[in-house]
Design a protein around this ligand. Structure first.
Ligand code: SF4
Length: 111
C-alpha cells in the first residue's frame, strides 16, 4: 500500500461492516458504543472494593444524578465523567458548588 493510499485511509470513516474486537489502544470514538459501555461496567465491577462506596450509597448517588439537570447521556456536564464511574469511587464527590450528593458524600472527597 502506498503512502498516499494510507493517508486516504486515515481520514476515512471506520468500516462498521464487521464486529470490532477490544483494542487497548482504541479511542472511545473508535469503539462500538455497546462494547465501550460493557467495558466501562466491567471496569467498575472489578475495581478494588476498598475504593468503592457500598451499593446503597452508589444507588443513592445515581438516583440523585438522574434527577440532576446536568446529567446528559450518562455523563455529568460539569465534570465530564460518566456518573456511574464517578459515583462508585469513595474519593469522588459531586462537582456542583452545592453538591447534590451531600447526604451520601464521604469525607475528604475530591472534586
Ligand atoms: S455528579 Fe452532581 S452535577 Fe454531575 S450529574 Fe451527578 S448530581 Fe449532577
Amino acid at each position: 500500500m502506498s503512502i498516499e493510499e494510507r493517508k486516504d485511509q486515515i481520514g476515512a470513516a471506520p468500516d462498521t461492516s464487521e464486529p470490532r474486537r477490544f483494542c487497548r489502544k482504541c479511542l472511545t470514538r473508535e469503539m462500538e458504543q455497546t462494547e465501550y459501555f460493557r467495558t466501562l461496567h466491567e471496569y467498575i465491577a472489578h475495581l478494588d472494593a476498598d475504593l468503592k462506596v457500598d451499593s446503597e450509597v452508589y444507588e443513592e448517588r445515581l438516583a440523585l444524578c438522574k434527577e440532576c439537570e446536568k446529567l446528559y447521556q450518562g455523563m455529568c456536564r460539569i465534570c465530564g465523567c460518566y456518573v456511574e464511574l464517578r459515583a462508585v469511587m469513595k474519593k469522588n464527590g459531586c462537582p456542583l458548588v452545592k453538591p447534590m450528593w451531600t447526604r451520601v458524600q464521604e469525607e475528604n472527597v475530591a472534586y
